[in-house]
Design a protein around this ligand. Structure first.
Ligand code: KIV
Length: 272
């Protein structure tokens, strides 16, 4: 385990840029509550993302679309309270920025004021550029997100790899450059060919963080529940499971139930 207690200097967007320049890879994981965020931060992660994947793993929805701005704010506030070192990024949920750029800015300001997160993540390129620019103008750092954009699942029809054909790959490259030129400080690329992701990372000055985008990028992100093995019904090729916490928890809870039923818990030392 990489515990970096000695290195408590806060991670900033500027430090991520410096990491890219040094060739140091960026580590990023999601978290959605105080306790988990504290563990992730103390483990030495660089970026904690309050992802709208909370819609799936916290709220039990089939897609990321139903999660609301209020729900994202509720979770992000707890995460930001827990995190001392990592950069805290908050996903703007579906519907909070696609309408018009004034509404997008209002959503962004609510997130920043009410959660104390450090920056926002938004899915999309050219289509959301006006909103991205307006939010950046307010001094709020934005991380872009291209490739598989789960908020567009109803357009795609499946979670298959994106940008496999030339046209979509060209658009992704164009969008990546547009986001950098607009002033985004980093970019997430989800589920695209490794070769394309490597090209984007080499053409951009800002850090490119991949999920299912191969090893040629500047950092990696995974959903915490997936990499810890809390979820078991989601097994894409890119997911490496580092633990089987579902089994650990099931065993511990089963033992507790047995102890309660048998009268073994609480024993004399566990009562007053
Ligand atoms: O919502 C999320 O967890 C994400 C990551 C998968 C990048 O956007």
């Amino acid at each position: 385990m990489s515990v970096h207690h000695e290195n408590l200097r806060k991670v900033t967007t500027q430090r991520l840029l410096e990491m890219k320049l040094r060739g140091e890879k960026i580590s990023m994981l999601t978290a959605y509550d105080f306790t988990m965020a504290q563990i992730v931060d103390l483990s030495g992660i660089d970026v904690v993302l309050v992802g709208d994947s909370a819609s799936n793993v916290v709220c039990g929805n089939r897609t990321t679309l139903p999660i609301t701005l209020n729900q994202m704010i509720f979770m992000s506030e707890s995460v930001a309270k827990a995190v001392k070192r990592a950069l805290v990024a908050v996903d703007m949920p579906f519907g909070s920025y696609q309408g018009n750029s004034r509404e997008a800015l209002a959503s962004a300001i609510r997130i920043m004021k009410e959660t104390h997160g450090d920056c926002l993540k938004m899915e999309g390129g050219e289509e959301i550029m006006e909103s991205v620019k307006r939010i950046l103008c307010a001094g709020i750092p934005v991380m872009g997100h291209l490739g598989l954009m789960p908020q567009s699942i109803n357009k795609y029809g499946s979670y298959a790899v994106r940008a496999m054909d030339g046209e979509e790959a060209e658009k992704l490259l164009r969008d990546a450059h547009l986001l950098e030129e607009a002033g985004c400080f980093a970019l997430v690329l989800e589920k695209i060919p490794a070769k394309l992701a490597k090209r984007v990372a080499s053409e951009l000055r800002i850090p490119v963080i991949g999920i299912g985008a191969g090893n040629g990028v500047d950092g990696q992100v995974l959903v915490l529940h997936d990499m810890l093995g809390l979820t078991q019904d989601f097994s894409p090729r890119f997911l490496r499971r580092y633990a089987d916490l579902k089994s650990v928890m099931t065993k511990a809870i089963g033992q507790y139930i047995d102890d309660v039923k048998s009268g073994d818990f609480p024993n004399e030392r566990e009562q007053y």
